[in-house]
Design a protein around this ligand. Structure first.
Ligand SMILES: Nc1ncnc2c1ncn2[C@@H]1O[C@H](COP(=O)(O)OP(=O)(O)OP(=O)(O)O)[C@@H](O)[C@H]1O
Length: 263
């Protein structure tokens, strides 16, 4: 269980002015959960993810993973960003295997594991390619495989599909659902897109602008429906989906700070 209790973050802004980025966030991420954080730019989503990743400390509150407080980055958390962070001089296979190099795993095992993960994300044939030979969507798939290589407890994804065109984005959503379903990994995923949040999340939290607070929570099953039917169109067209989309859109627009959130 990943447990976030009363998490608050203050940054020191210009001229010593305090920036209240995150305000008393409580969130439990259980095994198998797909948690999506939705909110406008600047509402503290990345701050929350970075705190879970151990990249920045909370000012108040705690985050524990299986009972242990998080204070630094660790192999038990795999991170995927919007912009891929692949090393251009390494092949796709070696990029995926990289995280295991520091874990005392033999070269043969590293390569076997990396090849297996490339299969999981549909890139088995690109193991010997270099990142620059791949499309944006393919590079993000490599990033997902790499994040999974150390067998983390949770996958942290900061707008991983934000820079992709809409068709590739839809394909990546479906791929991620299949990875989630097949691995049973819990995921914490950030997005600006209401539709993406509704399709992917088993739990969706909606955050307000500064200070970032959770203003609504939803337990959803569209993603499970997708794994059974593989029919995204009928989900998008369902009354339930469109009612929720409108409800959340309205919620986001009740505050003018939310302008800029896209469906
Ligand atoms: N290191 C920092 N120093 C000072 N202020 C910061 C720092 N990091 C974030 N902030 C501020 O904290 C607030 C929350 O930022 P954060 O990046 O978490 O928002 P976000 O919801 O992820 O936004 P986006 O969707 O644009 O990525 C913003 O006002 C931002 O300017």
């Amino acid at each position: 269980m990943l447990q976030i209790s009363n998490a608050s973050v203050f940054f020191e802004g210009r001229q010593g002015k305090e920036i209240h980025a995150l305000d008393r966030v409580n969130l439990d991420i259980d095994e198998g959960d797909f948690v999506v954080a939705l909110g406008a730019s600047g509402c503290g989503k990345s701050t929350l993810l970075n705190a879970i990743a151990g990249f920045l400390p909370l000012t108040e509150g705690t985050i524990t993973l299986n009972g242990s407080p998080i204070s630094r980055p660790g192999a038990d958390r795999g991170v995927v960003f919007q912009k891929d962070t692949l090393l251009p001089w390494l092949t796709v296979l070696d990029n995926v295997a990289l995280g295991l190099r520091f874990g005392g795993v033999s070269r043969r095992e590293r390569r076997e594991k990396a090849a297996e993960l490339l299969g999981l994300v549909g890139l088995a044939d690109f193991a010997r390619s270099f990142p620059q030979e791949l499309s944006g969507g393919m590079r993000q798939r490599v990033g997902i495989a790499r994040a999974l290589a150390t067998e983390p407890d949770i996958l942290l994804m900061d707008e991983p599909f934000g820079a992709l065109d809409s068709l590739t984005r839809e394909q990546m959503q479906e791929l991620l659902i299949s990875v989630w379903h097949r691995t049973g990994k819990r995921i914490f995923f950030i997005t600006h897109s209401i539709e993406e949040a509704l399709l992917l999340g088993t739990k969706v939290i909606v955050m307000s602008p500064r200070p970032g607070r959770v203003v609504a929570r939803y337990d959803l099953d569209f993603v499970r429906r997708f794994t059974e039917t593989q029919d995204v169109r009928s989900i998008h067209l369902s009354v339930e989906f469109s009612n929720l989309r409108e409800e959340i859109r309205e919620l986001l627009h009740t505050d003018h700070h939310f302008a800029g959130v896209a469906a």
